[in-house]
Design a protein around this ligand. Structure first.
Ligand SMILES: CC(C)(COP(=O)(O)OP(=O)(O)OC[C@H]1O[C@@H](n2cnc3c(N)ncnc32)[C@H](O)[C@@H]1OP(=O)(O)O)[C@@H](O)C(=O)NCCC(=O)NCCS
Length: 431
């Protein structure tokens, strides 16, 4: 990477750095991820996220490691039957994994990515469990269900800048330890903490379409269509992400534990590298407010300078802010447009997407903005939309606009038409 590329990459990441600061992320490191050679890199990336101000809760699994020691364990469905001897082994293995992770988070040698990081990792009795009981006639003994995640206690630790590490175990009020499923623990913890994100490291890097293309974003209602091609482990993970998002967690992310840098690629780039599940399908368009003026200015200024957009003063923008819409990704304003009604016509104006988010095949921000404005125009009873464009004629044609004559415009636009600018007039019938 040249120093110029590096500077532009770093600048593009800046909005994400502020967007993730003080946000609570619950991360599931499945037992396969713990066993994989990439674990050290994943921990380095988590450490970086922590240093940048994210509040991290890491839940780890241990099934692979426990199965290796107890190959003859009994399962009912996907759930282990945990007798007293098994519980002892599981507690020991969880202790070993916890120690391994604490060690990795404590690395700080010069010339390593974690030099000068000082991370306080805490574990504790943050989860109350109860026995799962008898299922299909089989007493599961010390296999437990989550009864309560002590969200307040965890938040207190996060407030003190600690990273919270949760092994898949819970404790009953009688002092008994129960074996929990790590994916359930991660999901219930994310929900209880009202986390911004649940991030799952899976054997697969992302969900894909039939032709193999990555599906970057989808809504919880869409996941079922992708489950058929998933292994049991991946299916469980995807279902957990969808459940968490339905229950109010901001976003669920599926990432491949074998992909170096997947966490950073997913959280610090527009297109991401994994699959994100969210109610808004990866981005939302909403009416702008006065607080968005600075972001809108930042998006449109370079486009005004290149001649793609007509110059607007900040004063005018502030006065007309209720005409504007903004598109957000991860809480960052990345696009804008405006709708000005003129009798039964609407002028679509100032359609602009932040450069680093343009032509993102997974987000399609420009298209979403236009769709939202069309819906707003229809709702307002407008019969057609028009636009004056110099550099995006083909793009609007692909969105159903057709070339039109100047005479089709409302009178004031005809009178104010700038012949030097020679914008193309395009119209889309709504009714
Ligand atoms: C035009 C614009 C709003 C599109 O937004 P976007 O989020 O990139 O668009 P989408 O992701 O929905 O669509 C991307 C597709 O449109 C194509 N596209 C983008 N800009 C285009 C343009 N000016 N002309 C023709 N096609 C264009 C991309 O190549 C991409 O095609 P692909 O999927 O085949 O690769 C954005 O590129 C932009 O802000 N341009 C500068 C400002 C401008 O010209 N605005 C219009 C004047 S009002």
């Amino acid at each position: 990477m040249s120093s110029k590329d590096y500077v532009s990459w770093f600048r593009d990441s800046t909005p994400y750095i502020s967007a993730h600061r003080q946000k609570t992320f619950v991360v599931l490191l499945s037992s396969e991820a713990i066993a994989h050679g990439e674990l050290t890199n994943i921990v380095h990336d988590l450490a970086l996220l922590h240093v940048l101000g994210a509040r991290l809760v890491v839940v780890h699994g241990s099934r692979t490691q426990v199965d290796a020691e107890m190959p003859d364990a009994t399962y009912v469905g996907n759930r282990r039957v945990t007798d007293a001897a098994a519980m002892q082994t599981i507690a020991r293995i969880n202790g070993q994994i916890r120690t391994q992770l604490e060690g990795l988070f404590s690395m700080g040698l010069p010339a390593t990515p974690m030099h000068n990081t000082d991370i306080n990792v805490v574990s504790g009795n943050f989860v109350t469990a109860r026995p799962i009981g008898v299922i299909d006639g089989v007493d599961h003994v010390y296999t437990g269900r989550i009864r309560k995640v002590h969200a307040k206690r965890i938040h207190t630790m996060l407030d003190s800048r600690a990273l919270v590490l949760l092994p898949p175990m819970g404790f009953s009020p009688s002092g008994q330890t129960f074996n929990l499923a790590a994916h359930e623990l991660a999901t219930e913890t994310a929900i209880a903490l009202e986390a911004e994100k649940l991030i799952v490291f899976d054997e697969r890097a992302y969900l894909s379409e039939e032709d193999g293309r990555r599906r970057g974003t989808l809504q919880p209602g869409e996941v079922d269509a992708y489950l058929e091609t998933c292994s049991d482990a991946t299916r469980v993970h995807v279902e957990c992400l969808a459940r968490a998002v339905r229950a109010g967690v901001g976003r669920g992310h599926m990432l491949g534990f074998a992909e170096d840098g997947a966490l950073l690629g997913e959280l610090f780039t527009a297109a991401g590298v994994g699959t994100q599940i969210s109610e808004d399908g990866g981005g939302a368009v909403r009416p702008a407010t006065a607080r968005d003026v600075a972001d809108i200015v930042e998006i449109i200024r370079p486009l005004e300078e290149s001649g793609a957009l007509v110059r607007r003063s900040r004063d005018r923008l502030e006065r007309e802010i209720e005409r504007f819409f903004v598109a957000e990704v991860d809480g960052i304003v990345v696009g804008t447009c405006a709708l000005y009604p003129h009798q039964d016509q609407g002028e679509l104006a100032c359609v602009a997407v932040k450069q680093s988010f343009q032509s993102s095949r997974t987000l399609n921000i420009g298209s979403r903005l236009v769709q939202t404005v069309e819906a707003a125009a229809r709702a307002a009873g407008l019969k057609r939309l028009f636009i004056l464009t110099t550099q995006a004629e083909d793009w609007f044609r692909e969105h159903g606009f057709a070339s039109a004559d100047l005479s089709a415009l409302p009178m004031e636009h005809r009178l104010l038409y700038n012949y030097q600018r020679a914008s193309k007039v395009m119209i889309k019938q709504l009714s």
